[in-house]
Design a protein around this ligand. Structure first.
Ligand SMILES: [Zn+2]
Length: 1031
């Protein structure tokens, strides 16, 4: 395994030696002149809203004062529509070249003669449909599964500990925790685990304590590449604070109780932001603005910078120098979701079409025309905001300037006045200089014995008949341009000819899975509408065809290979939908063996569990990306299937992995069908290349997501959909200037679902400052956690988990210590002072540290951990926020007359009550927790049963009871579900019954049953680290 690959991994290489928080010349903070944005970057609110395409509501409220600038023209109705006549909205643009013609298929070579061709109809006599219902109940694995056997009775509530209530805690904000008593756990515990975790309940899964071990001495040599600063005495920074106030002496010694109510509350932070910024218009007119939190609903108006729905940053003010960046250790990163869904009351992207001229670009750095280009010399030339090169304006693009040097058509051209827009790409942006063919969807169904037996194959086939009606299409088109194809497989592959003129579908079997070829071209990928009757015929026949099959073995890599070869032969990008259940043990490339080994947990070899078993899948993923083949996998495991291997291709090709453990028809089909429908219909771009350009002084150095990179700059993606985000880290390579700021342009070249080649451009301008205080003021904790999660989960493949946890703790302490040292007002050494923007960083960081990827738990399977690791790698900020800190809502106090969600409560058992009912959601799971003394009228209202004892906890959907409680609760559940990429399975949990243990793992502020500190303990631990750093 290559360690070298991680030498350059930024978060950890950032913390190089020399991070000492010391250099006193950075300490002169507080000059208010640095706080504002240079006026040159502010854009008067333009009349853009007036040109909003149909869906734009003119009802947007007036923007709040401080965010508004200039003539306050953001009101759409305030401007005559003709002021923006130029570019048509995206959906009304004419293609710049001839649409795809299906006739190209006729040029394919004829079917290979070695395939055994069988008429379907001849096989069907004497076959009968296997009935539903034999759902297999198999031993549990993963979440939410049966409880671990250790659980007995009601767990005792966590003991908030450590500090006395009497210790003076400053009221937030700014949050200050203090008291000489903030005392961490004994250092030996902490040093061994990296976290002040509780004693392990189950020694089998815990590392043996190593007496006297410290962070410094515990590393194996390879770890140096992950965090060089960690080598030797990492947690102390000798000489780090030469000028530090004398009173910052050592960690506090006293042990006192800390009141959980006095420490920063994520709920409070979320609610405060909602109260101040919710429901308002957020205009992106000024550089370096910190947007509302992801949890706050507002209307976003593009006034020159990309919407935070597309790009969020860890900080909106970059430090001017790399020394300063090293001093603060705040990662400089952007989380980019280029195809994010935009609500109907916001303007969709405009499409710019320069015809054969193509997009206007800087000659030197190739940045696309954008609001950061400065026109000069009467409009004949422009200076690039990224590389400063002065370019001639192409004659077709010339326009005069007004008295302030702005082009007269400024507000008529999206690329001059908006943060985000699209360009029609010319032929030189297409493969082989040919317009692309529209994408194809290939459905590939595992028809091995168990899938037939449990009714899954029949369920899939039935559902496809409906969902194929909803294939995505361009808004102006009547039918979808996407072609469809079908393959079934067990240890051989069956291709189907569904050409519209056939009376019956035809099957061709490929038995040579060692080198898969495509046995038919004409008739394999078809237009659904044209071939509808043959396709329905096929879908009716598939379950019967294999009803008598006893084949248990499956292949997997050849399935992907076959789909990719079919797309390659048809010369189009596309998406494979694979429905698979088992470990592929049949003799074929990518054959896997069961290598799950719990003994590796908490050893240096634990990382092996997250690595693919063979490199077949890695090279397959590379081929898929090269051919624009995205793989989405629906997995129905009843035992270990090696998700680390099977999930690799979906992850790297921008696909999605859905996993249904121990799939049971009556309980899980709804969740699966929702996912399938949603996945087929979602907005997606194919065959994409993303390029991040930056202004001088810094550059993108690392990328995390469903991506593949053949060089250091081009981010290749087989596809990218509306839910996938790429996290990009930036590093300095020179000084940044406060006046020009830091500019980022993200360009995604892709093929639309209609087969058009386009460029999607997102621009964002950030501030730069030489004052650390400005940097801390502009941080976004939710984006920081997204970055830390992805960088840590990437490192999991190569580093011992313990090292990764320690680095996370260390970096958290370092970021906060730097603030304390350089930005906070002088105060007692023992006080914990958190920057306002990072108030909840410790609690969120603790949630990340306790996630099962970084900290194993006995009830979580290896596959579940690999699954969660892969999921997080492509998450956007909103999804990672909910995933790490679940939403917990009191239901018993519902106002049934209100349509608003109830205010959430903190994820701690101490916040629950016996008389209460609570709903918890994290984006993957949903739980309805019922206190033993839940009010009977609520029980009746929600479940239509007389008492707590009558509630059937097997249900995964709530009954529709004609009652306000039932209606309101189901409405709340659907609101929570709405914007989430995965359908959440509902689990009903009764207090003091066994499944409660699974639920309790989501109460992330509490101490974990198998390790993982409580929030209070972790805060104390971080405080201790900070004190050591400051000392
Ligand atoms: Zn340039």
């Amino acid at each position: 395994m290559s360690q070298q690959g991680y030498v350059a991994t930024p978060p950890y290489s950032q913390s190089q030696p020399g991070i000492g928080l010391s250099p006193p010349h950075y300490g002169h903070y507080g000059d208010p002149s640095h706080a504002g944005s240079p006026p040159g970057m502010m854009k008067p609110a333009g009349p853009l809203g007036a040109a909003a395409p149909g869906g734009m509501s003119p009802q947007v409220p007036s923007p709040p004062g401080p965010h508004q600038f200039g003539q306050n023209g953001a009101h759409p109705q305030g401007h005559p529509p003709q002021r923006f006549p130029g570019p048509p909205p995206v959906n009304s643009a004419a293609p710049s070249y001839a649409p795809y013609s299906p006739s190209t298929q006729s040029s394919y070579p004829s079917p290979a003669s070695t395939a055994s061709v069988t008429q379907l109809a001849s096989q069907l006599n004497a076959m009968h449909i296997n009935s539903y219902g034999s759902g297999m109940a198999l031993p549990g694995q993963g979440l939410p599964g049966p409880p671990a056997p250790l659980f007995q009775g009601l767990p005792r509530p966590p003991q908030p500990s450590i500090m006395q209530p009497g210790s003076q805690v400053l009221p937030p904000p700014p949050t200050a925790l203090n008291g000489p008593g903030v005392s961490p756990l004994p250092s030996s515990t902490h040093r061994q685990d990296g976290l002040p975790g509780p004693a392990p309940l189950n020694a089998q899964y815990q590392p043996p304590p190593i007496p006297g071990q410290t962070l410094g001495t515990g590393y194996s040599p390879q770890q140096a590449s992950y965090g060089p600063q960690m080598a030797g005495g990492q947690l102390s920074y000798p000489g780090g604070f030469p000028g530090g106030p004398a009173q910052m002496a050592g960690p506090p010694q006293l042990q006192k109780k800390l009141d959980p109510d006095s420490i920063p509350s994520p709920i409070q932070v979320i609610e405060n932001d909602r109260a101040t910024r919710g429901g308002q218009v957020y205009a992106t007119n000024s550089r370096g603005q910190v947007p509302p939190l992801v949890t706050t609903d507002c209307v976003i108006q593009d006034q020159g910078n990309a919407s935070p729905r597309y790009i969020r940053c860890t900080t909106y003010c970059f430090p001017c120098t790399s020394d300063m960046a090293k001093q603060a250790q705040i990662p400089l990163a952007a989380v980019i979701k280029p195809f994010a869904t935009i609500p109907s009351n916001e303007t969709p992207l405009y499409l710019v079409n320069h015809g054969e001229n193509g997009p206007v670009r800087c000659n030197r750095c190739k940045a696309y025309m954008c609001p950061f280009m400065q026109f000069i010399e009467g409009g004949r030339r422009y200076q690039c905001g990224f590389c400063n090169c002065v370019n001639d304006v192409p004659p077709f693009y010339f326009q005069h300037l007004d008295h302030i040097g702005r082009r007269l058509d400024h507000y008529e051209k999206p690329e001059l006045s908006l943060g985000s827009y699209e360009y029609v790409a010319t032929l030189d942006y297409c493969r082989k200089n040919k317009p692309p063919n529209p994408p194809a969807f290939i459905f590939m169904i595992d028809v091995s014995y168990s899938n037939i037996k449990n009714g899954l194959v029949k369920l899939i086939c039935e559902e496809l008949k409906t969902v194929l009606e909803k294939l995505p299409k361009e808004e102006q088109e009547e039918t979808s341009a996407i072609r469809v194809g079908f393959i079934t497989y067990n240890k051989v592959l069956h291709f189907f000819n569904v050409k519209s003129n056939l009376a019956q579908p035809q099957m061709m079997v490929v038995t040579d899975v060692g080198e898969v070829f495509v046995p038919l071209l004409d008739g394999f990928l078809v237009n659904y509408q044209e071939s509808q009757s043959v396709i329905h015929n096929l879908l009716d026949q598939i379950p019967e065809m294999f009803a008598d099959s006893n084949e248990n073995e499956t292949v997997f890599a050849p399935v992907i290979q076959a789909g990719m070869e079919a797309l390659k032969a048809a010369d189009c990008p596309g998406k494979l939908f694979i429905f698979h259940s088992s470990l592929p043990t049949a003799e074929a490339p990518g054959k896997l063996k069961n290598r799950d080994d719990k003994k590796l947990i908490n050893t240096d070899k634990e990382k092996v569990l997250f690595q693919p078993q063979t490199n077949v899948y890695d090279s397959l993923a590379k081929d898929c990306v090269a051919h624009g083949c995205c793989v989405t996998l629906f997995l129905f495991p009843s035992q270990y299937v090696d998700v680390a291997s099977l999930g690799l291709v979906p992850q790297l090709t921008g696909g999605t992995l859905y996993k249904y453990n121990n799939f049971q028809m009556h309980m899980d089909s709804q969740q699966f069908l929702n996912d399938l429908r949603n996945d087929i219909e979602k907005k997606i771009g194919f065959d994409a290349i993303m390029r991040i350009r930056t202004s001088t002084g810094f550059r993108a150095t690392d990328f995390f997501g469903g991506i593949f990179m053949n060089n250091t700059t081009d981010v290749e993606m087989a596809a990218i959909d509306c839910d996938k985000a790429v996290t990009v880290e930036f590093k300095h390579d020179d000084k940044l200037a406060e006046d020009s700021g830091a500019l980022i342009q993200c360009a995604v070249l892709y093929t639309t679902i209609g087969g058009q080649r386009r460029l999607r451009i997102h621009n964002l301008s950030l501030n730069c400052s030489s004052q650390l205080a400005d940097l801390y003021k502009s941080c976004e904790t939710d984006a920081l956690i997204n970055f830390f999660a992805k960088s840590a989960f990437k490192a999991v493949l190569h580093q011992p988990l313990k090292v990764i946890r320690e680095i996370l703790v260390n970096q958290t302490a370092h970021m906060l210590a730097c603030y304390r040292k350089n930005c906070a007002s002088p105060s007692a050494a023992s006080q914990l002072i958190l920057p306002d923007s990072m108030k909840v960083l410790p609690v969120y960081m603790n949630c990340l540290l306790k996630n099962c990827v970084l900290l194993s738990r006995p009830e979580i399977s290896t596959d579940e951990r690999a699954y969660q690791r892969q999921l997080v790698m492509t998450m956007g900020v909103a999804d990672s926020q909910l995933f790490f800190y679940p939403q917990l809502l009191p239901i018993h106090t519902l106002d049934v007359k209100s349509t608003a969600l109830p205010t959430a409560i903190r994820c701690s058992e101490s916040r629950l009550s016996e008389e209460g009912i609570f709903l918890l959601a994290n984006g993957l799971n949903m739980f309805l927790w019922l206190g033993v003394s839940s009010p009977p009228e609520l029980i009746q209202g929600i479940f239509n049963v007389p008492s707590f004892a009558h509630i059937n906890t097997d249900m995964t959907t709530l009954p529709e009871v004609g009652n306000p409680y039932s209606q309101t609760l189901r409405m709340i559940m659907s609101i929570i579900q709405q914007k989430r990429p995965y359908s959440m399975k509902l689990t009903i949990v009764k207090q003091r019954e066994q499944p409660e243990m699974v639920f309790r793992q989501f109460l992330v502020e509490d101490k974990g049953l198998y390790g993982g500190s409580s929030y209070v303990d972790f805060l104390c631990c971080v405080h201790k680290e900070i004190c050591q750093l400051l000392n």
